[in-house]
Design a protein around this ligand. Sequence first.
Ligand SMILES: [Zn+2]
Length: 185
Amino acid sequence: MLNFEIYEGFAFQTDLLTFRMECTLGENQAQAHYDPQTHLCLLRLPADFSFKDRRNQLWLQKVVREVLRGMAKRIILPRLATFAKQYGYTYRRVFIKDLSSRWGSCSEHGNINLNLWLLLLPSQFVDYVLKHELAHLRHLDHSPQFWQEVDRMTGGPGTAKALSKAKNDYLRKQVQPLFMGAQAS
Ligand SMILES: [Zn+2]
């Protein structure tokens, strides 16, 4: 789906979350600190730190993943609970995972998995994904009955598939360049 490479100046902003990185050099060992109040992820790095180094990339990705995981718990889980209550669903556990090819999934045991990169999307698409996964608690397939159920939650006939398409457009036009654009500079 996405190649999540993190380069200097990686930043994004949606109506749910702002994230920006600031680097200072001169440390012996790379350190990261995220302040949820200022939305600033402060990286203290060794002077010779290279963003292109493979091991550094793995560390940077881990830093961003951990920030997103923490923020997903604060931002996304309450939204899911609200929708479940509103539309009459109960689920067992929610796991926030680094999923490479999907935004979420739902198990037959009533557990929901959500991709921690979901927070790169604005609320209308996050909410669509949450409602999509809730609907899978009743319909484990993508049958017409499933889409009818998502439509019920998203505003009426046809809205679910329209949101899904708009989400994919947003992903291609707004999210993908966050990573590719930074890479080019
Ligand atoms: Zn599905």
